[in-house]
Design a protein around this ligand. Sequence first.
Ligand SMILES: *Cc1c(COP(=O)(O)O)cnc(C)c1O
Length: 388
Amino acid sequence: MPKPFLPYGRQSIDDSDIEAVARVLRSDWLTTGPEVDAFEADFAATTGAGHAIACSNGTTALHLALAGLDVGPGDVCIVPAITFMATANAAIYCGADVVFADVDAQTGLMTPDTLRQAIGRVSGGRLQAVLPVHLAGQCEDMAALREIATAAGAKLVEDACHALGTSWRGQPVGAGDNSDAACFSFHPVKTIAAGEGGMVTTNDAALAARLRRLRSHGIERDPARMEQGQDEPWWHEMQELGWNYRLCDVQAALARSQLSRLDVFAAKRKTLAAAYDAALEGHPVIGALARTPDCDPCLHLYPVRIDFVAAGTDRASVMNRLRDRGIGSQVHYIPVPSQPWYRRRYGNQTPAGAAAYYQRTLSLPLFADMAEDDPERVVAALNDVLGV
Ligand SMILES: *Cc1c(COP(=O)(O)O)cnc(C)c1O
């Protein structure tokens, strides 16, 4: 029997997840309630963060974090050129401009050097935030990035959408020691799924309180924080302009049930990544994912580097022929500055390292429900397609 199609990523749902969601459906609360509170508490405990604020998705997590840190018109945010466009869009939603940092051509990550160069290119705006993206689940030198950002007067907001379960120098990503806030996504291809969902973690209590207001229209309900001091039982205040970016209890139940298996998911992803590394060791054409020092990654993606031209082919044929063999693959990411909207706004500003990374990258399947021998099978199919 042919094996079922192997996508590049997918969720892992079991009966305990289904039971958790069904329990909420039978309860009194569907919107933001006790399940969201419990998910936030569990997430804070897992990451070691002082505060965890759940929201509707990873994109709104990024928007909330930047808005909460006062990013606004006239400001500039630095975003690596290789990321999902939502990282840059979040700055644009705030009325700010984006300066794209280059990335290391092997890892796809913004480095201390490429951050310094990007800071040098900020002109005509106040640098307000730097957003490192933990591409594929790996971190760069977070202490160095923080130091450089701080010296430039900027906040550091981690796009940690790929990095739940990753540690840097023994600290879980999201613990908040190396940034002002970290943002996560629970889209089904990410390490845990909520259907749609997101989270901001921070150690700043005032920022956490503000994020809770901003995710729900800017409304404050805590009597201790009222501006006008009314004590009527119905009184609540809209103190600033926010949005409806809430997570609901149905989604939180799924995400919380999934979070309880994070150890299992992370262990499996590490096993699979090690199997890819072994299958690719010394490979003449395919470069295994390059790793950064001090990082113990829970990989969300397994991107390899292939010199398609030297291999006498092109990426589209490789992807098509892998698909014919029942194997999905994907490209993460098209450089954001080369997207038509950003090109119209800034001209094409794709830096050299990002262009080089993009040329060669291909993400192979990686998700918790894969078989342990799937990486070997994927590499064999890739060898076949590449004729090596
Ligand atoms: C998935 C993702 C986002 C956005 O998350 P959503 O939950 O899909 O809105 C942002 N940044 C990166 C790097 C992502 O992978």
